[in-house]
Design a binder for this molecule. Structure first.
Ligand SMILES: [Fe+2]
Length: 361
């Protein structure tokens, strides 16, 4: 058992003593798993240090070193990603309009993305995990562009269609520049009135884009990306294939990326949980065919993900098994207090079926 400042506790560690707030109220029981999202709650309750079970060789340094050595590659070049993020930031910070010069620049970026994605025939996502909440909107816009293009390529859309899809996907939330910032960045649940205001970003986006040279099909993505397949979405309550194809694609990419990342009001969900939730939304929220196309490219346990096995051991994902996405190859850390000679061992979960992943962190 070791005492740690809560900022230094590895998510996934087992809490070794009950944790009480400064008011004496029990916050969490001994034996629970420590999660990153507990940190603000603990700080609010005046807790600075907690006792956790020893993790043996699994220190924050080991995890960082392993993650670095895994050389996680993005599906598009870093340069293109940074360029795209800066461009969307510039576009969105301008006062309530989009110029045709911006549209041209974004069009060029989308062409680069398509070229790079077509180059990788068989890809699964390895999106950058390093996001800052401040730049969320710009990073999210670029990701939704990339993810939508991946779906579009799988659906064998033509080059011109891919371009329209990519541009509309990157600019899908452009209407948010018309919504007051304090609502967009509110770190809590929105009131009904605020939510009504946020919903208007679809109409605003369409109105802004339709005044530029952008193709109408791309502008319609802004208008319809919150429609749901069962007709319960907005802004028009369209159902089924009445929702334009591009908007159906962007809807999946948008929800997936939003759930996979920290937002101002919500922590990200683990990749396997996002996968399960997304795949349960077919026909209700999403077009099942598009959702299934997308699911083929999702990495349930991306390289670098922290995992907990049914045996209680903790580890980290090293590589995927293409045929068995639920059973990656993992590095398992051994507890220090047992008389093991090794600090860790690598395990192919597809070959050792008595061990499986029960949690991620
Ligand atoms: Fe949106």
């Amino acid at each position: 058992m070791q005492k740690h400042f809560i900022g230094g506790v590895i998510p996934g560690s087992i809490i070794a003593q009950d944790v009480y707030g400064s008011d004496g109220i029990l916050l969490i029981k001994k034996g629970s798993m420590f999660r990153e999202q507990y940190i603000p709650r603990f700080i609010d309750a005046g807790v600075q240090e907690i006792f956790v079970e020893e993790n043996g060789s699994m220190t924050p340094e080991t995890i960082t070193t392993i993650r670095k050595s895994l050389n996680i590659q993005d599906v598009i070049h870093d340069k293109t990603r940074t360029h795209a993020q800066n461009q969307i930031k510039k576009t969105m910070l301008k006062f309530k309009s989009v110029s045709n010069t911006d549209v041209q620049k974004i069009s060029q970026i989308v062409e680069d993305m398509i070229e790079q994605l077509l180059d990788k025939k068989d890809f699964v996502f390895a999106l950058s995990q390093l996001r800052s909440v401040d730049d969320y909107t710009y990073q999210h816009s670029v990701n939704v562009g990339v993810l939508s293009l991946i779906i579009g390529i799988d659906l064998a859309l033509e080059q011109e269609q891919l371009k329209q899809l990519g541009m509309g996907a990157i600019l899908h939330d452009i209407g948010k520049i018309m919504i007051p910032e304090d609502i967009i960045k509110k770190p809590a649940k929105l009131t009904n009135e605020e939510f009504r205001e946020v919903k208007k970003h679809t109409e605003y986006g369409y109105e802004i884009l339709i005044q530029t040279d952008i193709p109408e099909e791309a502008a319609r993505i802004a208008l319809h990306h919150h429609e749901k397949f069962d007709g319960t979405g907005y802004s028009r309550g369209l159902r089924n294939t009445k929702i334009p194809l591009f908007a159906r694609i962007v809807a999946v990419a948008d929800v997936y990326d939003a759930m996979s990342n920290d937002r101002v009001y919500q922590k990200r969900s683990a990749p396997d949980k996002v996968f399960r939730e997304i795949t349960h939304l077919g026909d209700k929220h999403f077009d099942t065919k598009i959702m299934e196309t997308f699911a083929r490219h999702i990495n349930i346990y991306p390289t670098g993900t922290g995992i907990v096995l049914n045996s209680g051991h903790r580890g980290i994902v090293l590589y995927q098994n293409k045929l068995y996405p639920e059973s990656p190859i993992v590095r398992v850390f051994l507890p220090k207090d047992q008389d093991y000679k090794r600090l860790y061992f690598d395990l192919d979960l597809s070959l050792n079926t008595k061990w499986y992943i029960i949690e991620t962190f």
